[in-house]
Design a protein around this ligand. Structure first.
Ligand code: FAD
Length: 351
């Protein structure tokens, strides 16, 4: 069995919105634990577009997904949240206290349990999973380490320096990474079923130029088998062209970009009201119709909702006000500015 914890609030999802909640809650002396199935903080920003620039974060004219995550981690560091990575939140359960009040208990797939006054669902697009190509034994070539084997996302381009890479797919991710990695990799082969690409025309043109210049290869066909030592090393990829001919390409890494399935996952089983796989909330407290359970960020729904990071930040601030009332029912909430409150500055560790 896993460990048991008690805290003030539990945040499901360590995406940008879950992370910023730690700050808003922390200013109100509310301690938090975060649970995320990913192995790192940042949610979509970290997993889907770490190196892509975002242009609409207030006061950051341009910032990459990974830099935004790093800045958020720096900002929330003083509040000492506890992170549970690589764990899926699978169930929540109401626990009546002797004094008639309510607590919530969350259980993860690792058997960890956490009890708290409130649950904050910041689950974004849900526990998203890459769509895998139907290649037998592909699992055995996953998690071989940086720059080796099968990867469904590029976390660090440098990991692929000097490697022989096969990229598969015809959308933006496949084409973006083909063009971006062309200068980094020793050799890139792009494989696609048809000589027709869904990606942005400009990127497709860049790819065609690289092919014309002899700087990469384009193969029309489908990857059908991976060769090498399962669990250890990828050596080559078998590709079948549309006439049924087989081709073997030596490769260190295989990057299939077949899109992601964004599934709500276990949150759908929490017994909450749902509206087209989103969780309806009010716009005063961002609480769900289940008391002491909140939903903020991409996962929630209300009239006029915009799935933007900045909306999630605002929702986190208002949610925290109500969470305070549940965590400290006897205390009075005082509105204070971080600029002028020495009390808040002490909490943030301002010297
Ligand atoms: P997410 O970032 O989705 O994080 C949710 C986290 O919850 C994930 O890490 C997931 O693993 C975890 N999770 C879910 N369910 C469970 C569970 N049951 N157990 C454990 N963990 C769970 N927004 C902008 O404002 N500006 C932009 O320029 C912009 N560009 C974008 C570009 C791309 C390519 C994409 C894909 C999105 C972009 N967005 C942009 C949208 C932005 O990324 C999202 O609005 C933002 O990530 C939402 O944050 P979140 O914290 O609500 O959720």
């Amino acid at each position: 069995a896993g460990q048991s914890w008690t805290t003030d609030v539990i945040i499901i999802g360590a995406g940008p919105v879950g992370l910023f909640s730690v700050f808003e809650l922390g200013l109100l002396d509310i301690k938090a634990h975060l649970v995320d199935i990913l192995d790192k903080p940042g949610g979509q920003c970290a997993e889907l577009y770490p190196e892509k620039p975002i242009y609409d974060i207030p006061a950051w004219p341009i910032i990459s997904g990974s830099d935004l995550t790093d800045r958020l981690l720096e900002q929330i560091a003083p509040f000492g949240a506890k992170y549970h990575f690589n764990e899926m939140a699978v169930a929540i359960e109401k626990v009546e206290q002797d004094d008639g009040t309510i607590k919530w208990k969350l259980t993860t797939d690792q058997g960890t349990t956490i009890e708290a006054r409130c649950i904050i669902i910041a689950a974004g697009g849900g526990s998203f999973q890459p769509k895998k190509p139907p290649i037998p034994g592909i699992d055995g070539f996953e998690n071989l380490g940086a720059g080796k084997g099968v990867h469904y996302a590029v976390r660090k381009m440098e990991a692929f320096r000097g490697k022989r890479i096969v990229i598969s797919g015809g959308g933006d991710s496949a084409l973006d990474w083909t063009v971006n990695l062309a200068n980094v990799a020793e050799r890139i082969t792009l494989v696609h079923r048809r000589d027709d690409f869904r990606a942005a025309p400009h990127t497709v043109a860049q790819m065609r130029q690289l092919v014309a210049d002899g700087k990469m290869d384009l193969v029309i066909g489908q990857a059908t088998a991976l060769k090498g030592e399962t669990g250890h090393n990828l050596e080559a990829i078998t590709i079948e062209d549309n006439d049924g001919n087989e081709l073997h390409i030596d490769a260190d890494a295989f990057l299939p970009f077949f899109g992601l399935t964004m599934k709500l996952g276990p949150v759908a089983e929490f017994g909450l009201n749902l509206h087209e796989n989103l969780i309806p909330v009010d716009t005063e407290k961002f609480e769900t119709s289940t008391k002491q359970v909140f939903a903020i960020g991409d996962i929630n729904y209300y009239p006029g909702k915009l799935k933007l990071i900045l909306s999630g930040f605002h929702e986190a601030a208002l949610m925290s006000q109500q969470a305070f009332r549940y965590v400290y029912p006897e205390k009075k909430l005082r509105f204070q500015y971080t600029t002028s409150s020495s009390e808040l500055q002490k909490k943030m560790g301002v010297k």
